[in-house]
Every structure is written in structure tokens, then in C-alpha cells.
Ligand binder design. Structure first.
Ligand code: PMP
Length: 354
């Protein structure tokens, strides 16, 4: 018998294996890809990489650029292998023993519970209201009552798509004294970000990703902005040279050329509104208003519908029996032709089963 650490055997595995989908709308990736101008520049820069060297200035340059773009300094930025690594490290930094409690809404990004367990902290989920809005007062109360070391919110929330206003996030920030992580993985698809609040609240952190709006899921790059003291502490939890140069160079190019992505981001938001109306028109479906690049849909026969979609080679996210997400499907917004095809299959199923 191998002597693994306590709790590891009981931890769930986030299974990322995939089949070869005709249409893949299950992980909120981009279905459009890099704008041609960006791709050309990426290829040129990749051809000039010093492959035998450990990463060095590439990391600093990207931190500097990101900091500057938001009115902060290089010292306020940390970059990770996807925002996943950043979030995991934040949980580790504020976890550490069972008495440390980490509070997050539920349902939300399923990894929060897993990272809390992996960090040997106690995860404290705060249920969302039936309309999936977060009751900010109840959240604050739970954070304070549990004497949490970390509070996490996902804005817009995955998988529900709802959003807190800047004022609501500020209400939370100003009523708690523990660390507050705002996961803005989908912020490019909504109206606002809370990055400006960092100047006022040094216990706050904002995590972002290149995986969604910037079509770079393959490279695994995310970043976080926070007070320099927080960044300094968190930096201790990373291994040396944790980012690879190819990913840094690609992310740097994408960040420099980020305005090139505006048309596709606008297209995805417009498609989201169009598809919301189309799904809402189908009898038996409830579609939740979304501020991200996906729609969450409730349908009593969601599992059978998902089986049907799989038969057509369409991958959506089904939540099975996850608490608060029973009979829910999450469908990422793709290109218009893909959205139409997914809708066509769903419409045929729903009309055939009503
Ligand atoms: N936060 C949220 C809310 C997400 O949905 C995801 C991806 N599913 C992530 C973080 C992690 O994204 P990445 O590691 O690709 O940056």
C-alpha cells in the first residue's frame, strides 16, 4: 500500500478526456480562433524563440504590459498556467489547515470545492438564490461568521451566467476583512470589471484568463492583479520558471493586439442574445440570462437530450446530478452556423418529446 496524503483517494478527478466532436461547445472555449493578423505575428515571434534558455524577461515583459494596461505596475501582476494555476495557488496560500475556511457561491466553478479540499481548507458553499443571483448580504454574513481566510466570487458566474454589479462587489469587499478573490474568467463578455477596485481594497485579487475571449486555451495562460504584498506572498508558492516561453510569447502578442479580438467578442455577445431568444421560444426550456460566452438551460429531459446531442457529435456540458444544477445543460456560444446547428437538433428533440 502506498502512503498517500490524507484525503487524496477521496478527491474527485476533473476528467478532461474528450471525444472527437463535430461541434464542441462544452468548455467555453473560442470556436473562432485567433484573428489572422494576430496568428501571423504569433508565428513570426515563435520562430525567434531561444529554445535552450529558461524563461526570464518574457515573464516580466508580459507582467509589465498587463499592469500598465490597467493602471498598475509589474509588481501587481502574477501570471499562471491558466487562471486555474493562479486560483489553485491562492487557495493553497490561504488554505493550509482545516480551520481555514474558504467561502464561495454554489453553484459556481466546480473547481473551487476541489481546490479547497486539496488545500486542506474547509470549503463553505453559499447557495445562490433560485434565480441564481448571489445574496451579497448572506455571503458577507457567511464569510464573517465562518471567520474565513478567503472569499471567492466568480463574476460573471460559471455556469449560471449571472453577474454582480461593481457596487455589489464593493459591498462585499468593504464588509469583509479576509482575502477576496474575484474570478473574472468571462469578464470580456460583460459590461464591467472590478479591477479598478484593487486600488481601494488591498485584500482583493482579480484573476483573468486568455483561454476564453482571447482564444488561447491551448497555451494555458492566465493572470492576476493584486496589491504588491499579496503578489509577493503568492509568488512564493510557484516553482521557478513556472511559465514556458512559447506560451508567454503567444500571450504577449495576443495582449498587445487585443483590440483585434473586439469584433469576435461583440459577435459572441450578439449571438448569445440571439440564441437566448431562440431557446426561450422552445416549450419546456428555461434559459438563464447570461453575461458570459455560454447559456445555462434547464430542461426536464436534459439527460436524454444530451444523449441525443452526443449522437450528433455535439458536445455540451451536462451537469448530471450536481446540486443546484439538476437537469441543466451549459452550451457555449460558438459561430452562428454552429449555434444554429445545435439549436436545430435541440428544437427537433424538444418538439418530438412534448
Ligand atoms: N475560472 C472559471 C470560472 C472558469 O470557468 C475557468 C475555465 N473553465 C477557469 C477559471 C480556468 O480557466 P483557465 O485555467 O483556462 O484560465
Amino acid at each position: 500500500m502506498l502512503n498517500y496524503r490524507d484525503g487524496l483517494a477521496d478527491m474527485p478527478l476533473y476528467d478532461t478526456r474528450e471525444q472527437d466532436w463535430n461541434i464542441k461547445v462544452n468548455a467555453n472555449e473560442s470556436n473562432i480562433g485567433l484573428p489572422p493578423l494576430v496568428e501571423d505575428r504569433v508565428m513570426t515571434r515563435l520562430s525567434r524563440i531561444a529554445f535552450p534558455r529558461y524563461p526570464n524577461e518574457e515573464y516580466d515583459l508580459l507582467c509589465e504590459q498587463i499592469g500598465e494596461a490597467y493602471g498598475y505596475r509589474r509588481e501587481n501582476v502574477i501570471i499562471g498556467n491558466g487562471s486555474s494555476e493562479i486560483i489553485e495557488k491562492v487557495f493553497h496560500a490561504f488554505g493550509g489547515n482545516q480551520e481555514h475556511r474558504i467561502v464561495y457561491p454554489s453553484p459556481s466553478f466546480s473547481m473551487y470545492a476541489i481546490y479547497a479540499a486539496a488545500a486542506d481548507a474547509t470549503g463553505v458553499p453559499v447557495p445562490l438564490r433560485p434565480d441564481y443571483q448571489l445574496d451579497v448580504e448572506a455571503f458577507v454574513q457567511q464569510v464573517n461568521q465562518s471567520q474565513a481566510s478567503l472569499a471567492v466570487i466568480c463574476n460573471p458566474n460559471n455556469p449560471t451566467g449571472q453577474i454582480l454589479t461593481v457596487e455589489e462587489v464593493e459591498y462585499i469587499a468593504s464588509h469583509i476583512s479576509c482575502a477576496l478573490l474575484v474570478d473574472e474568467a468571462y469578464a470580456e463578455f460583460c459590461e464591467h470589471s472590478v479591477i479598478a477596485l484593487l486600488k481601494k481594497y488591498p485584500h482583493m485579487m482579480v484573476a483573468r484568463t486568455f483561454s476564453k475571449a482571447y482564444a488561447l486555451a491551448s497555451c494555458r495562460v492566465g493572470y492576476m492583479l493584486a496589491h504588491e504584498d499579496v503578489i509577493d506572498m503568492l509568488a512564493k508558492t510557484y516553482m521557478p520558471y513556472h511559465m514556458n516561453v512559447p506560451s508567454l510569447v503567444v500571450a504577449d502578442t495576443v495582449f498587445q493586439m487585443r483590440t483585434e479580438f473586439e469584433p469576435q467578442i461583440q459577435m459572441i455577445c450578439a449571438e448569445r442574445e440571439r440564441m437566448q431568444e431562440q431557446y426561450q421560444a422552445l416549450t419546456g426550456l428555461t434559459v438563464y440570462p447570461s453575461h458570459a460566452n455560454f447559456l445555462l438551460i434547464h430542461y426536464a429531459q436534459a439527460e436524454a437530450l444530451n444523449e441525443d446531442l452526443i449522437r450528433y457529435g455535439i458536445g455540451v456540458r451536462s451537469f448530471g446530478k450536481a446540486p443546484g444544477l439538476e437537469n441543466m445543460l451549459r452550451i457555449s456560444i460558438g459561430r452562428a452556423d454552429q449555434n444554429d446547428e445545435v439549436h436545430r437538433i435541440i428544437k427537433a428533440f424538444v418538439e418530438g418529446h412534448s
